[in-house]
Design a protein around this ligand. Structure first.
Ligand code: NI
Ligand code: MN
Length: 225
């Protein structure tokens, strides 16, 4: 058994019996966040790209927890230079960690750090934990190779951005669900800022109409799998 908790935006916590894994923990400066960085202890922190709303509080959380940041080579170097434990990876590569398997997938987006320096290419991530595979898209536009990701790695839980402007909007995200064919879809990356203030219920209705399982998660809500 494991538990997936929505922290808002693209930020998630996965808890297994033995480990806590954070994905894109963005709390400080996030108007929707209910937790402070100091509230989060994580053994591993997965970072999809260097933008401030994804790298977020990964470094302080890693340092206070003694946790390891799993991310692309460029972001890993940046975090390591700031004193965090890191495990560098890159697009297409997979690795077995004590909690399960991580594979970085492509994402069509940018990945500069808040100071403008180079953060490598952005990623999505497949996390296989407790026998289930979670696909977190990171920030991305729609791309046809999502079909391949779904074919090679049957996806149990699809965490998909729907906020538009910086990433896929609702209709493209519905198409992404049709490409990936997950058992369950959960939308993310909406409402945090005015420019991504879309209605997630519209997404839910459209996904249901296509015959796929979809769930809206409240901030702080957990889902056991
Ligand atoms: Ni971004
Ligand atoms: Mn973002």
């Amino acid at each position: 058994m494991a538990e997936l908790t929505y922290l808002s935006h693209s930020s998630w916590l996965i808890k297994t019996n033995d480990y806590t894994i954070a994905i894109d923990p963005f709390l400080e400066g996030n108007p929707l966040a209910q937790l402070k960085p100091s509230d989060v202890k994580a053994d591993f922190i997965i970072v999809t790209h260097a933008h401030g709303d994804h790298l977020g509080d990964s470094i302080p959380i890693a340092k206070q927890s003694g946790g390891t940041i799993i991310t692309n080579f460029e972001i890993a170097n940046y975090c390591s230079a700031k004193g965090a434990n890191v495990h560098p990876m890159h697009i297409g590569g997979a690795h077995e960690f004590p909690f399960g398997k991580v594979k970085l997938t492509p994402a069509w987006h940018g990945s500069s750090f808040p100071d403008g320096s180079y953060g490598g290419t952005p990623a999505g991530v497949l996390v296989t934990v407790a026998g289930k595979t979670i696909y977190h898209t990171g920030d991305t536009g729609l791309f046809l190779d999502m079909q391949l990701i779904g074919q090679l790695h049957p996806v149990d839980i699809f965490l998909v951005n729907i906020g538009d402007n910086f990433t896929m909007g609702i209709d493209d995200a519905v198409k992404a669900v049709e490409f990936v064919k997950p058992k369950l879809t959960i939308p993310m990356h909406y409402k945090t800022f005015d420019v991504i203030d879309v209605d997630p219920q519209e997404f839910v209705n459209k996904v249901q109409k296509k015959g796929y399982g979809v769930k809206l998660m409240q901030i702080g809500e957990s889902y056991r799998f």
